[in-house]
Write a protein that binds this ligand. Structure first.
Ligand code: HPA
Length: 246
């Protein structure tokens, strides 16, 4: 039977609707993950949960140990991961509070450790990443959102920036010219590390704000937090429906 893990991002450090079974501190050859793995059940399905930024939300995007997180979940048996990520909207229909299931990603990050394939190799490995997200799991999220009538955008190109600062308005314009629809700081290398371990991985992004220069005035943490509170409640409802189907 498939084993599902959920990685919660900003605004989702816990799952209110998760019945917790236990918490497990794990160590990996790549260092410590962001926190203990929470084992629990959602909608009757056993799942693993990990808060990407730590349970107290203290680890910034560029300091997340992505390798340890994905390794720990894989070691715990996860073969499917739904990643929840807070993002900024670039395309006009990606407004605050809306949920997006990206189908593509462009990686603008730098200096993040981004592979398991670098030491002790018997041969050089290049994973196929033409389609960065698992089609079947993405489709389950899309179908689930349709069933519960969620205000969701069913595709988009996710630009992953280095952070932790937000972008300039010129950078957002450039990302748009590159074909990006949404921007966040945590999409990579998480997605490619999951692919390296052959884990079926899909992203559920929640728009926290319009990208720099696309909304009114400066982007404030208060606005981001408020939009995420609403959006994440809807994500929890979606996960309750989708998790048992995985
Ligand atoms: N840019 C990058 N990352 C983000 C944003 C943004 O506007 N909002 C939430 N995460």
């Amino acid at each position: 039977m498939a084993k599902l893990a959920i990685i919660g991002g900003t605004g989702l450090t816990s799952l209110k609707n998760l019945e917790i079974i236990n918490r497990e501190v794990v160590h990996t050859p790549y260092g410590e993950p962001s926190g203990p793995l929470t084992r629990g059940a959602i909608g009757g399905k056993e799942v693993l949960f990990l808060a990407r930024h730590g349970y107290g939300h203290t680890i910034p995007p560029h300091k997340v140990n992505y390798r340890a997180n994905i390794w720990a979940l894989n070691e715990a048996g996860a073969d499917h991961i739904i990643a929840v990520n807070a993002v900024g909207g670039i395309r006009a229909d990606m407004t605050p509070g809306c949920i997006v299931f990206p189908h593509q990603i462009i990686d603008y990050t730098w200096s993040r450790t981004n592979t398991y394939f670098e030491e002790g190799l018997t041969h050089v490995t290049h994973i196929d990443f033409t389609e960065p997200y698992c089609t079947a799991l993405r489709q389950m999220l899309i179908d689930g959102a349709r069933i519960i009538g969620l205000d969701a955008v069913e595709e988009g190109v996710y630009a992953t920036t280095q952070g932790p600062r937000l972008e300039t308005s010129a950078e957002i314009d450039r990302l748009e010219r590159d074909g990006c629809d949404l921007v966040g700081m945590t999409g990579m290398p998480e997605a490619s590390l999951a692919r390296e371990l052959d884990i079926c991985y899909a992203c559920c992004a929640v728009v926290a704000n319009m990208g720099a220069g696309r909304g009114e005035g400066a982007i404030t943490m208060e606005d981001i937090e408020q939009n995420l509170t609403n959006g994440m409640d809807r994500v929890r409802t979606l996960l309750e429906l989708v998790a048992p189907q995985v």
